[in-house]
Design a protein around this ligand. Structure first.
Ligand code: SF4
Length: 647
């Protein structure tokens, strides 16, 4: 099969894009797995969709385009519209996000807790109380089938027609050529099996495209991980005391079980201890056997969920939001917190029962926390790659591809061709300058006032020579604060600081301020929203400083992950996958915020001499041409002078 130019909606194919398209075409034809590091600018969405869609149409397959971001949903849908219009194709594509985010009846607590929402939705369907669900509207479906809509448009349309948007989208999904959806639709067992059943497809009928695939390992880990604070149990017990005496007593006993563990850890002078899965289940079962009405562990979880649901129902009936007075809204707030705490406890207890290889830890801090962390994301991804017709994993920062292929289990799938590719950036190389500063580091043994002062002075020297916006990314909020204190008042006036507790709206406002000011300096953390999730407009950042290496302290989790991969792939890969690459990935994400188009010019300063040393240097991509210098401000000056005509 040739990649027909008629399917490609643009006049010309970019550098790197042709190669990527040819690899996608080969992977879908061979039923293989392509793992692709495709830097920003290659135009990977269209390059993946064109050959996959063409093969799907000719071979009765469905393309599953999975992405974790709303902005990527939009890009995929816009691209599909273009392919359809330019070629006069009769294709069906449907855009789906989570059920609770599409539901016209979901209140905020349901958007936060899938388990509660699911319970509500199931009851409404079972008891025939959801009019949207019961309403069948062939005309509404016909429009979704014939037009390619963004999910917001689809939901709006369904709302006006009084039909359930999620149900309608899945109905159209049965005959769709492309389904744009979230990772969870294939990489969460419960949701995936329901989704596939509803659209009447088997995995071998799907061509899976995972966009921004560097996010997939953590998304799977987070989905199967959970945590519960001791404070949440205590607060919930207090809140439920006058509502449900039996549950109150049970929560007090749960609190005692945890407190005993905290005392044991404190006696052993340990900041964290591992907790056995069966120990906690056994202790809780013992407690449940002492109840007036004996319950199993599962029944206990259901009882907590039902109580949360009952609180929601009674609050909505007695105090509709629009009508509540001052005192009532206070009570309503307390009820909302209680309901949300009950949902957290039941979700945690449910997650705790998993048989997957997890690390279970009790950490002793100001607020002791019991947590459950999935070690190996491939338990969910490997079966998908094994059974799907073909799979494409792509991202602008899927480096090194071999690690992602290993971590997601692609390299353990037998009988499939695995194609690992790293494409070159199509942007002019001279538009990016990478420097490593001599003499500066955030290495633990070298930290202190003298080092913070020198780092602050260097940031200032760079800021004086950069023409335009700048971002400085730190390994932690504590270091950010410590170094900020050493900046002069005139530079500090230009600084905008990310705070840990910022909500989405506040972050967006901060971003807009940075974008609109001529020479703003953003101080943010590596691994945070500003260094990973945020889409910067072209030309926003002229310089990026990555201060230090965000290596994790040797916690039980880091040691367990390293040990796990050592057992699976040997000591070298164990250290790389469990310790070094997670830090390097954060650095690459932060460093990649500057160049978003071929017209952008950006200087990247890696402010820690360890970047130029073994083993960190070998973890960086081969096209990271670094200059090791102690006069980075001079480099900045000449970089911006030499590019003045293009600025
Ligand atoms: S059936 Fe649809 S509209 Fe009704 S509650 Fe469930 S998701 Fe919402």
């Amino acid at each position: 099969m040739e990649v027909r130019s008629s399917f490609f909606p643009f006049p010309s194919v970019r550098e790197g894009q042709r190669e990527f398209m040819a690899d996608v075409k080969h992977a879908v034809e061979a039923g293989g797995i392509l793992v692709a590091h495709a830097p920003t600018g290659i135009g990977k969405t269209v390059a993946a969709l064109v050959p996959a869609l063409q093969y799907a149409i000719e071979n009765e397959k469905t393309v599953f385009f999975l992405t974790s971001k709303r902005s990527q949903h939009k890009i995929a849908i816009d691209t599909l519209r273009l392919i359809k219009e330019r070629n006069g194709l009769d294709i069906t594509a449907v855009d789906i996000t989570s059920k609770q985010s599409m539901c016209p009846r979901a209140v905020s607590i349901y958007r936060e807790f899938y388990s509660l929402f699911n319970e509500f939705c199931r009851n409404e369907q079972r008891n025939k109380r959801c009019w949207y669900y019961m309403n069948h509207d062939a005309d509404a479906l016909a429009r979704i089938r014939s037009e390619i809509m963004h999910v917001e448009e689809l939901c709006e349309w369904c709302k006006t027609r009084q039909v359930c948007p999620y149900k309608a989208a899945l109905e159209v999904g049965k005959s769709a050529d492309v389904i744009v959806c979230d990772y969870n639709h294939l990489f969460s067992r419960d949701i995936a099996s329901k989704m596939l059943e509803k659209i009447e497809k088997n995995l071998d009928e799907l061509i899976v495209i995972v966009d921004e695939a560097h996010n997939l390992p953590d998304r799977i880990r987070n989905n199967l991980s959970s945590e519960l604070r001791l404070k949440t149990i205590s607060e919930t017990a207090r809140g439920i005391r006058n509502i449900d005496r039996e549950l109150y007593n049970n929560l007090l006993q749960m609190e005692m079980i945890l407190k005993k563990l905290v005392t044991n850890a404190a006696k052993a002078k340990r900041a964290e201890i591992t907790v056995d899965r069966d120990f906690l289940i056994g202790e809780l079962e013992k407690m449940l056997r002492r109840r007036i009405e004996v319950l199993s562990y599962k029944e206990f979880i259901n009882a907590i969920r039902s109580r949360a649901e009952a609180i929601h129902a009674s609050t909505s009936r007695s105090m509709p939001m629009s009508m509540s007075t001052g005192g009532e809204s206070e009570t309503r707030k307390e009820r909302d917190i209680l309901q949300s705490n009950l949902a957290s406890i039941s979700d945690f207890l449910d997650a705790w029962t998993t048989e997957e290889k997890c690390l279970r830890i009790l950490s002793i801090n100001d607020n002791p926390t019991l947590s459950l962390k999935l070690l190996d994301p491939s338990v969910l991804s490997e079966p998908v790659f094994r059974r799907a017709h073909a799979s494409i994993m792509m991202s602008g920062t899927l480096y090194p591809v071999e690690m992602y292929a290993d971590v997601l289990g692609a390299t353990r799938v037998n009988g499939r061709e695995i194609i690992l590719r790293e494409y070159k950036s199509p942007f002019p190389r001279e538009n990016r300058l990478i420097a490593v500063t001599r003499g500066l580091t955030t290495k633990y043994t070298k930290r202190g006032e003298a080092m913070y002062r020198r780092i602050g002075e260097k940031i200032e020297a760079i800021a004086e020579n950069v023409r335009g916006g700048m971002a400085v990314f730190f390994p932690s909020y504590a270091l950010l604060k410590a170094i900020l204190a050493y900046l002069s008042p005139q530079i500090r006036r230009r600084v905008m600081v990310e705070r840990r507790e910022m909500g989405k709206m506040e972050r967006n406002r901060l971003y807009e301020q940075l974008r609109d000011e001529e020479s703003g300096i953003l101080f943010a953390v590596q691994g945070g929203s500003f260094s990973e999730g945020m889409d910067y407009e072209s030309n926003t950042l002229k310089a990026i400083i990555v201060v230090g290496l965000p290596l994790s302290p040797p916690t039980l989790e880091v040691k367990a992950t390293q040990g796990y991969y050592t057992g699976k792939y040997g000591a070298d890969k164990g250290r790389l996958y469990g310790y070094l690459y997670p830090a390097i990935t954060k650095v690459l994400q932060a460093a990649g915020r500057g160049i978003r188009s071929e017209h952008d010019r950006c200087i990247i300063v890696l402010m820690d001499y360890r970047f130029a040393q073994f083993p960190y240097k070998r973890c960086l991509p081969p096209d990271f041409d670094m200059i090791f210098t102690d006069r980075v401000e001079d480099l900045c000056r000449s970089f911006f002078n030499s590019g003045s005509e293009t600025n």
